[in-house]
Ligand binder design. Structure first.
Ligand SMILES: NC(=O)c1ccc[n+]([C@@H]2O[C@H](COP(=O)([O-])OP(=O)(O)OC[C@H]3O[C@@H](n4cnc5c(N)ncnc54)[C@H](O)[C@@H]3O)[C@@H](O)[C@H]2O)c1
Length: 325
């Protein structure tokens, strides 16, 4: 059985991926400082090692003791406005810590690295539907820290023949495990479907729409929402792709179609049967009107396809998880 390290595996996407890896037969060790993640999200038989990425001595010992075939690197700081207020935290946690982790992976001859990147690397694209070849032009520190990490990976793979990577650029991740075992538990998460679920449960007094005058059919921004379980599957396929000897590559992760903020609100109101109040607010800086993935490459290369591409299913799973919290 192949053993893999999942950094940030106590967090939202990392915990779903750890589950998918275990269900495929991999042995999983999670490394997480529990800053936003929760120990309960690490389901057995995965083992949790509590530690910070910056503690390279502990990481070094762990990588020396265990024979990992791959590192899945989710751990990081993910809130865009916070990255604007505190960029050095983001450069430290996302760029420096990722660089050190890649250095340790090479040092310990760990052959494969799967990295959580983001559609934020595209910034404000000219076209609504972006391919992996669309220009990267991140407009905030968060996106820049991720893009720099991508470059570190690419340069490292050129210099080290036995090191290969997959970079997955996620669009808007949403939903929860269909069996209700895990979900998004971060208390201050800013994701629309989670926040709408909190409004439906009266944990927020209202939901804000930021901008209703965009050039879209209903004036609100359109995004590509991918179910976290489909995204977890993309990670498993990425490792299998690398294990089969394929070349390092970058893949968009989304469904290729989007929903407006108003459509998402209606979906959450429908599944929760709660007509929570909505406040229309001015635009936020740096929100492109439409950001949708072109998922052709991941579909053709890894035969990935969304099995949960249904906005009501996504909203219902998120809402049910929110109720459990
Ligand atoms: N959620 C999204 O919609 C989305 C979109 C694009 C990209 N991503 C990327 O996916 C990854 C996972 O995001 P998520 O939504 O699961 O976030 P999350 O906050 O739920 O998970 C991050 C995990 O990393 C851990 N962590 C953070 N810094 C650490 C450190 N220094 N040492 C050890 N552990 C640390 C946290 O405790 C947490 O468990 C991130 O890299 C993020 O940039 C997320």
């Amino acid at each position: 059985m192949s053993k893999v390290l999942v950094t940030g595996g106590a967090g939202y996407i990392g915990s779903h991926t750890a589950l998918a890896l275990m269900e495929t037969g991999y042995e999983v060790v999670v490394y997480d400082n529990l800053s936003t993640g929760r120990a309960e999200a690490v389901l057995p038989p995965a083992r949790l090692v509590v530690g910070d990425l910056a503690d390279t001595e502990q990481l070094d010992r762990l990588l020396a003791q265990e024979k990992f075939q791959a590192i899945f690197h989710f751990a990081g700081s993910i809130v865009v406005p916070e990255s604007v207020e505190n960029p050095l935290l983001y450069y430290q946690n996302n760029t420096n810590n990722t660089t050190e982790l890649i250095r340790l992976a090479v040092h310990h001859a760990i052959p494969h690295f799967i990295f959580s990147s983001t559609a934020a690397v595209y910034g404000m694209p000219d076209t609504p539907c972006v391919t992996e070849k669309s220009p990267t032009n991140p407009i905030n520190p968060y996106g820049r820290t991720k893009l720099i990490s991508e470059w570190v990976l690419q340069d490292t793979a050129v210099a080290h023949n036995n090191f290969s990577f997959v970079i997955l650029r996620y669009f808007n991740v949403a939903g929860a495990d269909p069996l209700g075992r895990i979900g998004q538990s971060t208390p201050n998460a800013t994701h629309l479907i989670k926040v709408a679920s909190q409004a439906a449960l009266k944990r927020r007094s209202a939901l804000h729409i930021f901008g209703t005058d965009y050039d879209t059919p209903d004036g609100t921004c359109i995004r590509d929402y991918i179910h976290v379980t489909d995204l977890a599957k993309a990670h498993v396929l990425s490792l299998q792709y690398l294990e089969q000897g394929h070349a390092s590559n970058i893949f968009n992760c989304g469904y290729g179609h989007g929903y407006s903020v108003r459509e998402i609100i209606r979906a959450v109101q429908k599944v929760s049967q709660v007509d929570f109040p909505v406040i229309e607010s001015p635009r936020r800086a740096g929100d492109p009107p439409v950001l949708v993935s072109d998922p052709t490459l991941i579909g053709q290369t890894m035969h990935w396809q969304g099995e949960h591409d249904d906005i009501h299913e996504i909203a219902l799973s998120a809402y049910k998880w929110e109720m459990r919290l």
